[in-house]
Design a protein around this ligand. Structure first.
Ligand code: NAD
Ligand code: UDP
Length: 323
């Protein structure tokens, strides 16, 4: 397939580009590097089936030649990133999504929207199924991201219903792994950086809030399964093993062998208290289920982080391999 990946220079996007190339696809990666960086795809650049295009997808753009599929990942994704880029986050969720949908429409291509568990907001139902409509604060600091993704979902469904575009929506739950920016502010990257440096781990609130952490390789398999399917979704993609943030901190300290202590900081406004995906739909429709435990995934992430932020390829078992 000839696939366009928006946000391909980011954490998930770079892994998706790599996996698509590995199975023989041709990939054009569009990114403006507002939260990603060329280093993430540096090793792919020698591949004749890979093209890196610097572009802001919130502005008009076109991609020459044939396109079979558009995977739309462009968007700031970590709370500190979308706090820093509030309007850009709204623009890429709205105009950026529409531009990517139009590209898919022009080419008769499959369109994949990477939405988020944030559409469930502070969930009143647990675990979260796709039929739950969510509980989002529309004016809080997280709303630029949550509402942009909710609008992007509505826009995607409108293009499907009224323009006949072959669309699919996945709702991604917290995903981690190699190539997360150490300073992106997300909990796994932050705890790993702090533990490796021997600094205190900054636990927000009392650490009793929960998340369900999915390793990046599992997630990318799910993205490709959805890309290859004809399902419209939304489909939850995430690991249903649920941990408190305090349990995560202790696991990171164990995986790094660090002597770091845990320090408490104020809980951010509207920080969801619990989150766990019901993945029945992903299992039934896509035959997808995560395989990598948090323990194993953390050890791989720590090994990568400890090796320094160089462009590294990973072996089939996930261990970092020198370029
Ligand atoms: P990331 O910040 O590493 O990657 C996003 C990429 O999009 C970056 O490379 C950034 O430069 C690019 N980008 C942003 N705005 C752009 C624009 N206007 N034009 C072109 N490129 C632009 O984040 P990620 O974790 O890789 O997330 C990828 C996608 O998955 C996002 O849409 C995010 O909302 C979604 N998602 C991720 C998670 C997760 O846990 N990682 C969870 C839920 C949803
Ligand atoms: N968190 C934390 N310390 C940090 C960063 C985050 O305790 O240094 C908490 C945060 O308050 C939230 C959880 O970890 O409850 C997950 O945060 P992240 O930003 O990774 O993801 P999201 O809130 O978007 O699920």
């Amino acid at each position: 397939m000839k696939v366009v990946v928006t946000g391909g220079g980011g954490f998930l996007g770079s892994h998706l580009c790599e996996a698509l190339l590995a199975r023989g696809d041709t990939v054009r990666c569009l990114d403006n590097y507002c939260t990603g960086e060329p280093l993430n795809v540096a090793l792919l650049q020698g591949d004749p089936r890979f093209e890196l295009i610097r572009a802001d997808v919130s502005m008009d753009f076109d991609v020459p030649g044939h396109v079979d599929a558009v995977a739309h990942l462009a968007s700031p994704a970590s709370p500190p990133d979308y706090d820093r880029l509030p309007l850009e986050t709204l623009w890429v969720g709205s105009r950026g999504t529409e531009n990517a949908l139009r590209l898919a429409q022009r080419h008769g291509a499959r369109f994949l929207l990477t939405s988020t568990s944030e559409v469930y907001g502070e969930p009143l139902f647990h675990p979260q199924t796709e039929s739950y409509w969510g509980n989002v604060n529309p004016v809080g600091p997280r709303s630029v991201y949550d509402e942009a993704k909710r609008y992007a979902e509505a826009l995607t469904m409108a293009y499907r219903r009224s323009r006949g575009v072959d669309t699919g929506i996945v709702r991604i739950f917290n995903t981690y792994g190699p190539r997360m920016r150490p300073d992106d502010g997300r909990v796994v990257s932050t705890f790993v950086r702090q533990a490796l440096a021997g600094d205190p781990l900054t636990e927000y609130g009392d650490g009793s809030q929960t998340r369900s952490f999915c390793y990046v390789d599992d997630l990318v398999r799910g993205l490709i399964a959805m890309l290859d399917s004809e399902h419209s979704g939304p489909v939850n993609l995430g690991n249903p093993d649920e941990f408190t943030v305090d349990e995560l901190a202790r696991l990171v300290i164990e995986a790094t062998g660090s002597s770091s202590v845990i320090e408490h900081r104020p809980l951010p406004v509207d920080d969801p208290t619990r989150r766990r995906p019901d993945i029945t739909r992903a299992r039934d429709l896509l035959g997808w289920t995560p395989r990598i435990s948090l323990d194993t995934g953390l050890r791989r992430t720590v090994a990568w982080s400890a090796a320094g932020r160089r462009p590294v390829r990973r072996s089939s078992s996930g261990e970092p391999v020198e370029a």
